[in-house]
Design a protein around this ligand. Structure first.
Ligand SMILES: [Zn+2]
Length: 315
């Protein structure tokens, strides 16, 4: 802190409050409670990475977390004896390819939980990408600049952007889908098998990944411990409820659930509770608060759902 000498009393009373206000203006609200306490009990690896925080969350499973951007996206590297799957590639703000090569020497194939911009930003860096066989996926694979630019507005960033990052040219770069897949597709990593479960709702191409032998479920944006986005035009609420039910039915055979934002590790019992909560919210229960243009946050039993606000009747 700077020591100010020989300043008139009025300034001494005035300046600190102004400085404080300025500093608070620079720190977005979502950033203030970080780091999240849940991370303290997790095993951190590669502690010197400046943009990503990497945690070993199960045997051969790494959570690659981006705490400096408001989405707080988490991608997962799941390693077998022959190859590895990268389940999402994050924001594309820093070099996720470099991080994954520090975690495994095996070939890496990419699967996306869905193709919103905050999950596909590093896709272009990888030679082999599975894509769900939907028009939504094909459209998003062309990349876009608009969604990406909105992610780096000043209230979306907490701390420093990575060295060499150019905000002017930041965009979701296009990628090539190597192989189209459907619900029920399996990937054999060697000593570990992953099943693709189609879970449309949040988007038409949403999937979950099931490692049945180890009791691990990766839920993408169908479940994560933060307001779940269900307001966009590509969202189908009926499909979402059915997908949540499908995942909840697996809960008895699961050990851990990994979502795609904020905190990586959840108990399987969260899934049946999620179904109960979204059904109750749809029948009008819970508290409702407006959340920006055309949106409202519905809260019930510890779950938050960001839904399209009910349209006002004309007249
Ligand atoms: Zn999403």
């Amino acid at each position: 802190m700077k020591i100010i000498t020989a300043v008139p009393l009025t300034f001494l009373l005035f300046i600190p409050a102004t400085l404080q206000a300025q500093q608070e203006k620079q720190i977005p609200e979502w950033c203030k409670p970080l780091p999240r306490p849940e991370y303290k009990s997790l095993q951190r690896v590669l502690p010197d990475e400046p943009w990503f925080e990497v945690y070993k969350v199960a045997a051969g499973v790494f959570a690659i977390y981006e705490p400096h951007q408001a989405e707080e996206t988490i991608s997962y590297l799941i390693v077998g004896t022959k190859q590895a799957v990268l389940f999402d590639t994050g924001m594309g703000i820093s070099d996720i390819h470099k991080v994954t090569t520090k975690l495994t020497s095996r070939p890496i194939v990419v699967l996306n939980s869905h193709t919103h911009d905050d999950h596909v930003g590093g896709n272009w860096q990888f030679p082999f990408i599975f894509g769900m066989d939907t028009d939504f996926t094909r459209k998003n694979a062309k990349g876009s600049r608009e969604d990406a630019q909105a992610e780096i507005a000043s209230d979306q960033i907490c701390g420093d952007l990575p060295k060499g990052f150019n905000p002017k040219t930041y965009a979701t770069k296009p990628w090539r889908i190597s192989h189209f897949i459907h619900d029920g597709f399996t990937v054999n990593l060697g000593g570990r098998k992953l099943e693709v479960l189609g879970t449309p709702g949040h988007t038409p191409d949403s999937i979950a990944l099931l490692d049945r032998a180890n009791g691990l479920l990766f839920t993408g944006d169908t479940y994560y411990p933060a307001p779940i986005w269900l307001f966009r035009p590509e969202t189908d609420l009926d499909a979402y409820v059915n997908s949540a039910k499908r995942l909840a039915a697996l809960a008895p055979e699961l050990k851990l659930v990994f979502g795609a934002h904020n905190n990586p590790v959840a108990e399987p019992s969260v899934l049946p509770r999620l179904v109960t909560a979204i059904q109750a919210v749809r029948s009008g229960q819970g508290t409702v608060k407006p959340a920006g243009e055309g949106k409202a946050i519905h809260t019930l039993d510890g779950f938050d759902f960001l839904l399209a606000a009910a349209k006002k009747e004309k007249n």
